[in-house]
Each structure stands twice: as structure tokens, then as C-alpha cells.
Design a protein around this ligand. Structure first.
Ligand SMILES: O=C(O)COP(=O)(O)O
Ligand SMILES: [Mg+2]
Length: 234
């Protein structure tokens, strides 16, 4: 085992991991759907559609409401105009702020790797009062690929100073897309089990799962010591 000398970078997913943003996403989607006379989505439908970025969210909405595919780009444009300003229904999950402060105080470089567009990510973190805690933000439009492709997480880790040949780091997220991109980089994945995942935890590769953010610092110390190696880094 490779014992680390410096606190390892810890990268976080955003929606369903640090913030419960589904109510705001639902409100924006439903404003657009109502405008065109379509039936609104309930909150569980929205939770099930979040995690692969805005385009995929809308592909799923269009399929669920049997809308014409040709309307996609107009619908996405109308949604984005609302999404950047939609914060009032979003909450930070319990103990998130305190836990991030603890990790930062211990010297862990912190980053975000989300499929949410970068401009919306900036706005959401600022509104949640969390922006100052992160050294690096990677959004769904920051690289040519979105999760589960490993490139966004790889970029975040590089920016936080992880050694590409030896990615000594942790990724914390809520979805199968997060688990998959961590696995392809050989980075231990810590699963927040109260988020928006569709699969059972047992179907996802993870080093540990947790329900309470106050347990995270101990998990980071336990799993951040491990060395991961993967072809994706070579
Ligand atoms: O799907 C999105 O837009 C964002 O989801 P994520 O923060 O869980 O990556
Ligand atoms: Mg998520």
C-alpha cells in the first residue's frame, strides 16, 4: 500500500450529492412544459432524469411526454434561460458545509466534477455559500465529454495536482455515472446513498457508501490512502 504524505484531493459531484436541486430543476422543466401545453413532471421523474447533463435530461423529458424531437433545441434554450437563476427551491444536504470545511481545514484540495453546465454550477455554489471551498470546478460543458466518460474527472484531478501516473484521490457522488468514471480512473468512489441514483448500491462499484456527511472525513482518511492505477491515466 502506498501511504500518502499529503492530504489527497477530494472531488465531488454536485446534484444529488452536495445539493438537492431536483425541486428547482423540476420547476424549470415544468415552466417550459406548461408553456407548450404538456403535462408537468413529478419530482421522482425529475430525480430519475438528472445526472447525465441538460441534453440528456431533455431527451428523457421529450421521450416521457412524447414530444417532437425537432423541438429539443428550443426547449433546452427556454430551460437554460430559467435554470441559471433557479435557486430558491434548492437545499444543501445536511452537514455538507461543515464537512467540506473540515476537509479543507485538513488540507485536502477540493473540487467539483458535475454534468451541470459550468455557469449554472458557479451560480448554484455561490447561492449555496459553498463556492469558496473549491479549488477547481469542472462542469458538463468544461470538456468535450460528460460523465460517465472519465475525462471530466481526470481534468479535475489534474487541476488539483493529482499525479497522473498514480491518482491518489477520492471521488464522492450519488450516481452510477459517477461510479463508472471513478472506476475507469482507478479512483476510490464514495457513494452518497441519499441522492438520485437509479440502481441499487450493490450494482455500483464503490469503496464505501454513506448516508450522513458527518461520516465522510473518516471515510476519506480510510480510503484516501489507497493507490489506484488505470490504463485511462497512462
Ligand atoms: O445532470 C446534471 O445536469 C448534473 O448532475 P450531476 O451534478 O449529478 O453530475
Ligand atoms: Mg449527481
Amino acid at each position: 500500500m502506498n501511504v500518502c504524505l499529503a492530504p489527497c484531493p477530494v472531488v465531488f459531484d454536485l446534484d444529488g450529492t452536495l445539493i438537492d436541486s431536483a425541486p428547482d430543476i423540476q420547476a424549470c422543466v415544468n415552466a417550459v412544459l406548461t408553456d407548450i401545453g404538456a403535462v408537468p413532471l413529478d419530482l421522482n421523474e425529475v430525480r430519475g432524469f438528472v445526472g447525465e447533463g441538460v441534453e440528456t435530461l431533455w431527451r428523457k423529458v421529450v421521450a416521457a411526454r412524447r414530444l417532437d424531437d425537432a423541438r429539443m433545441s428550443d426547449l433546452v434554450r427556454a430551460f437554460m434561460a430559467l435554470y441559471e437563476h433557479a435557486h430558491d427551491r434548492t437545499t444543501v444536504f445536511p452537514e455538507v458545509s461543515e464537512t467540506l470545511e473540515t476537509l479543507a481545514g485538513r488540507g485536502h484540495p477540493l473540487g467539483i466534477c458535475t454534468n451541470k453546465p459550468l455557469s449554472v454550477t458557479h451560480a448554484a455554489l455561490a447561492h449555496a455559500g459553498l463556492a469558496h471551498l473549491f479549488d477547481c470546478l469542472i462542469g458538463g460543458d468544461s470538456t468535450p465529454f460528460r460523465k460517465p466518460h472519465p475525462l471530466p474527472l481526470r481534468r479535475a484531478l489534474e487541476r488539483l495536482g493529482a499525479d497522473p501516473r498514480r491518482p491518489h484521490a477520492i471521488y464522492v457522488g450519488d450516481s452510477e455515472f459517477d461510479a463508472a468514471c471513478a472506476a475507469s480512473l482507478g479512483v476510490p468512489f464514495l457513494l452518497y446513498a441519499q441522492g438520485y441514483r437509479r440502481s441499487g448500491a450493490s450494482e455500483m462499484v464503490h469503496a464505501a457508501a454513506f448516508d450522513d456527511f458527518s461520516h465522510l472525513p473518516a471515510l476519506v482518511e480510510a480510503h484516501g490512502q489507497r493507490e489506484g492505477l488505470s490504463a485511462a491515466w497512462s
